[in-house]
Design a binder for this molecule. Structure first.
Ligand code: ADP
Length: 422
């Protein structure tokens, strides 16, 4: 007599139930973060189902006639397991995110309902078809062909032209892969609303602030000596508000921009302007040196590059105590070039470095305020550099100083006498 292998099913059944519960809980608790984990968990169960179908059939029909009681128990347990697994499979099918299981050759093995809506897959005839071939002509197919190493965001859904997807490909099992696609149209719309709101508020504040600032400038402190300190503070604050509004408008513009108009940016002129501005801000409190050896101009937006490069120099002045030194450097690096500002200032603890380019992020709020900062400077720098395919690098030692470097690639360089002369 063959005994039923019921104990070996306890594990998959428990696993299935636990994964389903985890997936659903994760999904309910935090759609954004847990979505991927939940999907993987559920999909694992689906694979478990697929792999064990044969084994299930064998066990369900195992003869146990010698002991009717044991046989009944076995049948009840089997039915419960089958029902649990059906629930899990149904749950995976109903997930709002698209899940596609592909094999080593990228042949489609399984997909859920959302994959039909978002990716345009059709059952049953898309089973066994090459996913890349099925999505041919879409951005997704190019991404799969190029190895799909990083997640792809804001890609148009092949099955719904008005939706944007965030897609990733995860290794799965021994040779399979899971393609997960999430509809992020709603998030994008919210992000657009946020951007429009900030931009509209900034526009609305601009005029009243200009008027207030204008009137404050008209008042002569000598006429009201007792109000002189108050007047000074009001002028400083209205100037600061004006600067925040201008920086927010600049950021709004940079965020919606996808490319820059390419113009030659003569670096000798730009570097000496940046140095003069830093000297004017420093008022003789620092030693400021310019070292320019690159003999190359940049290709990009003169206004935005000026804003980014001078921002770094003005930060160096504002965060370096009197007596310190600041070096502005422009030099070649491989076939590209690097602009750096090196100071001997307060420095930045390592724990803050990763967040420096976030809006309004400050290492020390009081120091930033006292030095006239808006908290938006490095955010602007990051956006300008992104638009020029350049990278910002920050090295800093608290108490010793900081180096902010902008690394420009060869495509952005116009080397004097080179073939790329405009
Ligand atoms: P802020 O207007 O406050 O200067 P930024 O975005 O330009 O805003 O900089 C963000 C924060 O990074 C600053 O508040 C400051 O704490 C820190 N920071 C920027 N540059 C330097 C520097 N050269 N030395 C030390 N800290 C710096």
């Amino acid at each position: 007599m063959i005994q039923p292998a019921a104990p070996s099913w306890k594990l998959p059944a428990a696993l299935a139930a636990a994964l389903l519960a985890g997936a659903l809980l994760g999904w309910l608790a935090n759609r954004h973060v847990a979505a991927g984990i939940a999907l993987v968990a559920v999909a694992e169960v689906v694979l478990l189902l697929t792999r064990n179908r044969h084994q299930t059939r064998l066990m369900m029909t195992a003869p146990v006639a010698s002991d009717p009681l044991q046989h009944d128990r076995f049948m009840t347990r089997s039915r419960r397991i089958a029902s649990n697994l059906r629930d899990v499979r149904n749950a995976a099918s109903q997930l709002p995110d698209a899940v596609v299981l592909i094999d080593r050759q990228q042949q489609i093995r399984w997909f859920n309902h959302a994959a039909e809506d978002l990716l345009g897959l059709r059952r049953p005839h898309d089973r066994g078809v090459l996913l890349q071939q099925r999505l041919a002509g879409s951005e997704l197919a190019d991404w799969l062909r190029d190895g799909a190493r990083e997640s792809l965001n804001d890609v148009v859904a092949p099955g719904q032209a008005e939706s944007q997807l965030s897609v990733s490909l995860l290794p799965f099992g021994d040779h399979e892969q899971l393609l997960l696609a999430r509809d992020i149209s709603h998030l994008n719309r919210l992000e657009q609303i946020r951007r429009d709101f900030v931009s509209n508020v900034s526009h609305e504040l601009r005029t009243p602030l200009t008027v207030i600032h204008g009137y404050l400038e008209l008042i002569d402190a000598d006429d009201v000596p007792e109000l002189a300190p108050v007047l000074g503070e009001m002028r400083a604050q209205s100037k600061r508000m004006g600067q925040i509004v201008e920086d927010l408008l600049t950021l709004s513009r940079l965020e919606t921009q996808h490319e820059v108009v390419d113009e030659r940016v003569p670096m000798s002129g730009l570097l000496s302007t940046v140095r003069k501005e830093a000297e004017a801000l420093s008022q003789g409190r620092h030693r400021i040196t310019l070292e320019s050896t690159a003999e190359a101009d940049l290709l990009g937006s003169p206004k935005d590059l000026h804003s980014a490069l001078s921002n770094l120099a003005s930060n160096a002045v504002r965060y370096t105590p009197a007596g310190g030194s600041i070096t502005i450097r422009w030099q070649r690096e491989g076939d590209g070039a690097v602009y750096s500002v090196i100071d001997t200032g307060f420095g930045i603890p390592a724990s803050h470095l990763a967040r420096l380019t976030e809006r309004f992020y400050r290492v020390s709020s009081s120091r930033s305020r006292d030095s006239g900062g808006t908290g938006l400077g490095l955010s602007i720098v990051k956006h300008v550099l992104n638009l020029h395919q350049a990278q910002l690098q920050v090295e800093s030692t608290p108490g010793a100083g900081s180096t902010f470097s902008c690394h420009f690639g060869a495509a952005r360089l116009l080397v004097a006498g080179g073939s790329d002369e405009m």
